[in-house]
Design a protein around this ligand. Structure first.
Ligand SMILES: Cc1cc2nc3c(=O)[nH]c(=O)nc-3n(C[C@H](O)[C@H](O)[C@H](O)COP(=O)(O)OP(=O)(O)OC[C@H]3O[C@@H](n4cnc5c(N)ncnc54)[C@H](O)[C@@H]3O)c2cc1C
Length: 441
């Protein structure tokens, strides 16, 4: 019997997941690799960080998604090398380092936080890219309020309840809005010291505008809604330096804080460098219209990692719909290639963008034509995100939580749960020498 083509997919995020789904029940064998055993619904990470949702409600186990799909296998591990000459990827697993052969490779490893070369940022800030990031931030915020409740030092207390969010994109706005609501609606009722002092949420944006891809009228609406909620907005002042107890802006303003949340943008996963190709802006891998990383044979790069321009010369944005649609197309193009048919070029179906700023406040630009603000935009945001969540149980839980929070002004997820380092849980049977050099060829 002829061997079936083997497709390896790196990353079970939005791009990788939709590529694998497209290949279900097809005459190919698929190996999906991710360092985590779950898929993360990133748009709601900020709600985990602000005690609105449980982590389990926005993560879905990959094995559960492909339970009955016999041609899809899952491997939990860290990809550290790609040998495009011999066609295999090198993966560190809890058991050993494996070489997984491919006939076709789909690289969908997403993005990492862009630190804009601020050397102290990793030490002094919280990022919001993964579920562990969101849990760490939630624990830190709740612990800061516990400390603030008992300290006798007024300056220290003020700094503990001042939170600085950097980045005027959707994630920054959503996080800032949700923090104010957590403080106003929940914590103010439980911490007596908050009768005399109000927590500060400061949103810092380097440029002079919020939500850069949106029309000016929606940018203005977002600013209005943030201010009416009580967020202090500072525009046109990039962060110049950070320290554990303060942030310094480019105009030399110093904000004392112990909580700096970095939502100022992302750059492509460093995995792009493993392909040994010249990279484009933001470390993205240039791809052809068919999503191939030419001149490599059989390698497709999609989602946040891929650099492809639209008809007007702008790169496709690092957004979920782009990653999903590219995942589907890359998978279909591989099937077309196997069947000897012509591949198709990527065409983005853009249905618009939206951001929520808190209870009943949001902006939406539907099909990049219709502008919505306020309650209607907020309802559209809720509906769309519920539909997009994976799994009926998650959808139901999130829906119940949202309804509960809306009517009771309560956020029930406020436990500070510290998990000791668990990574060494399963002893490795045979551990190869750890590779320090990346295999790039
Ligand atoms: C907080 C936040 C909120 C967002 N909100 C929105 C939103 O509202 N709407 C929107 O359209 N977009 C949003 N985005 C952007 C969106 O998440 C990305 O554009 C999208 O996830 C890109 O899909 P991807 O498949 O390229 O990468 P991802 O979905 O990030 O998936 C990458 C996967 O690769 C895995 N991986 C990475 N490196 C390795 C490795 N070395 N070995 C093994 N596995 C690896 C990761 O664990 C991850 O599962 C948000 C992003 C963040 C961080």
């Amino acid at each position: 019997m002829q061997k079936r083509p083997r497709i390896v997919i790196i990353g079970a995020g939005f791009g990788g997941l939709y590529a694998a789904r497209t290949l279900e029940q097809k005459a190919v064998d698929v190996l999906l690799i991710d360092r985590q055993n779950y898929h993360t619904f990133t748009p709601l990470l900020y709600q985990v960080a602000t005690a609105g949702l449980e982590p389990e409600e926005i993560g879905y186990p990959v094995r559960g998604i492909f339970r009955a799909k016999s041609n899809i296998a899952f491997l939990m591990g860290e990809v550290i090398g790609v040998n495009t000459a011999e066609k295999y990827v090198e993966v560190i697993t809890s058991e050993r380092t494996r070489h997984e052969h491919y006939d076709y490779l789909i690289v969908a490893a997403g993005s990492v936080t862009n630190d804009f070369n601020l050397p102290t940022l990793a030490r002094d800030s919280f990022e919001l890219k993964t579920l562990p990031d969101a849990i760490a931030l939630r624990n830190h915020i709740l612990r800061s309020f516990e400390t603030a409740a008992w300290t006798d030092d007024e300056d220290y207390r003020r700094a503990l309840i001042t939170l600085v969010v950097v980045g005027g994109g959707a994630t920054g706005l959503e996080t800032a809005g949700a923090l104010v609501e957590l403080f106003k609606n929940v914590l103010s009722k439980e911490y007596p010291f908050l009768r005399d002092i109000t927590p500060r949420v400061v949103l810092v944006e380097a440029t002079d505008r919020l939500l850069i891809p949106y029309p000016k009228s929606l940018q203005a609406a977002a600013l209005r809604q943030l201010k009416s909620l009580g967020v202090e907005v500072i525009l046109g002042s990039p962060v110049k330096a950070t320290a554990p107890d303060h942030v310094t802006l480019s105009d030399d303003r110093v904000i004392p804080t112990y909580t700096l949340i970095w939502a100022a943008g992302v750059k492509a996963s460093p995995m792009g460098a493993l392909l040994d190709l010249p990279l484009n802006r933001g470390g993205r891998v240039p791809v052809t219209a068919t999503l191939e990383a030419a001149p490599l044979d059989g390698v497709y790069v999609i989602g946040d990692m891929a650099y492809l321009e639209d008809a007007s010369g702008h790169p496709y944005p690092m957004l979920i719909p782009v990653a999903k649609q590219q995942g589907i197309l890359a998978a279909k193009n591989i099937l077309r290639r196997i069947e000897g048919r012509n591949q198709e070029a990527f065409r983005y179906a853009d249905r618009g963008i939206m951001a929520t700023i808190g209870r009943s406040r949001a902006v939406a630009w539907i099909f990049n034509k219709v502008e919505l603000t306020g309650y209607l935009a907020w309802l559209s945001w809720l509906g769309l995100h519920l539909i997009a969540l994976l799994g009926f149980r998650n959808r139901l839980n999130v829906f119940i939580n949202w309804v509960w929070n809306y009517f009771t002004y309560d956020h029930s997820v406020r436990l500070i749960v510290e998990v000791p380092d668990e990574t060494g849980g399963i002893p490795a049977m045979v551990m190869d020498e750890p590779e320090t050099d990346l295999i790039t060829r």
